[in-house]
Design a protein around this ligand. Structure first.
Ligand code: FES
Length: 323
């Protein structure tokens, strides 16, 4: 089911780095508050051009505002271009409730955070949260140049103020080469938790390095599917029973589950359509699900409690959803 949206006032737009602006949103009604922002969480912005896009929040612990940072991506499918070129202070836009698929293990003895480019947004939130908790954390921040690195000044100030925090900043133009992740991630105890957000090639290198180093607590968040999403339409036809709405929908071969449900008039949240944002996550009651998203862990897939209906499908037969 589609989740309720909140009306948010665009309170401030701020230049954070070359090609990156932050968007500060406040509740339209002054006496109200948003849900408290968790480190790693993101929200959907319902942009005026009909697009819904997810952006990570940068201000953990606050409820009087939500702050996201948006890169003017030259591969934009419309969302970041709209934010950079058309969104204005004073505009009111609907936003979704925060979701968090990138949770911080707050009691970990040590955390290592890796940020690449605009991937710094959830990582910056985690770093602030770990600072507030007085937990040891090391941040590896990679960007093409210092001018393109959002929040670097705030991060350096956090490190100066909190002795349990440390930073390794890698700017390609200063170093003359890309970061050597295997070296940068080496030397941490087995109970360290690792987190990364950044471009797909960096995340692949991060996963390879963590596997090579034998690290077991490895978390990451993608903001786009690295390769084009493989065919996510139904390989064979199946039926879907929707418990809440009391409907049964037939999904024909070649049709994406999300599209079949939208076409049947079921209002459902969705955004990226690539299995990376979690907007379309739907509870599964029964059925043989072929999970094709990039969010759920192996354990979560095995538990079969939810699925991303934009990319995942039923292998055959009958699927029952709590929708
Ligand atoms: S719409 Fe983003 S995961 Fe399905």
């Amino acid at each position: 089911m589609s989740s309720p949206t909140l009306q948010a006032l665009v309170y401030n737009l701020r230049h954070e780095a070359t090609g990156i602006v932050s968007v500060e949103l406040r509740p339209v009604a002054p006496a109200t508050a948003f849900p408290v922002v968790e480190a790693g969480a993101h929200i959907d912005l319902h942009l005026g051009n009909g697009l819904v896009r997810s952006y990570s929040l940068t201000n953990p612990g606050e409820s009087h505002r939500c702050v996201v940072a948006v890169l003017n991506d030259r591969h934009s499918r419309g969302g970041s271009r709209y934010v950079h070129e058309q969104l204005r202070v004073g505009q009111v836009i609907p936003i979704g409730a925060p979701r968090n698929h990138f949770r911080l293990q707050e009691d970990a003895p040590r955390s290592v955070l890796l940020a690449g480019g605009i991937g710094v947004t959830p990582v910056f939130a985690m770093f602030q949260r770990l600072a507030a908790l007085h937990r040891p954390a090391h941040l590896i921040y990679c960007a093409r140049s210092r001018a393109e690195a959002a929040f670097v000044g705030e991060i350096e100030a956090l490190v100066r103020a909190h002795p349990m925090l440390s930073l390794h900043a890698h700017f390609d133009d200063e170093q003359g080469r890309p970061p050597q992740l295997l070296t940068l991630l080496d030397g941490h105890a087995a109970d360290t938790h690792f987190y990364a957000c950044g471009p797909a090639p960096m995340l692949e290198a991060y996963e390879r390095a963590c596997a090579q180093l034998g690290q077991g607590h490895v978390h990451l968040e993608r903001f786009a599917a690295g390769a084009p999403v493989a065919d996510t339409s139904a390989a064979v036809g199946y039926s879907v029973e929707l418990r809440k709405s009391g409907k049964t929908v037939q999904v024909a071969p070649g049709v994406v589950l999300l599209d079949a449900l939208l076409n049947a008039g079921v209002a459902l949240d969705h955004s990226c359509r690539e299995g990376v944002c979690g907007a379309c996550e739907t509870k599964v009651i029964a059925g043989d699900v072929e999970h094709r998203d990039l969010i759920l862990t192996e354990q979560e897939r095995a538990a079969n409690k939810s699925m991303m209906i934009c990319v995942s499908r039923c292998r055959a037969g009958h699927l029952v959803l709590d929708a």
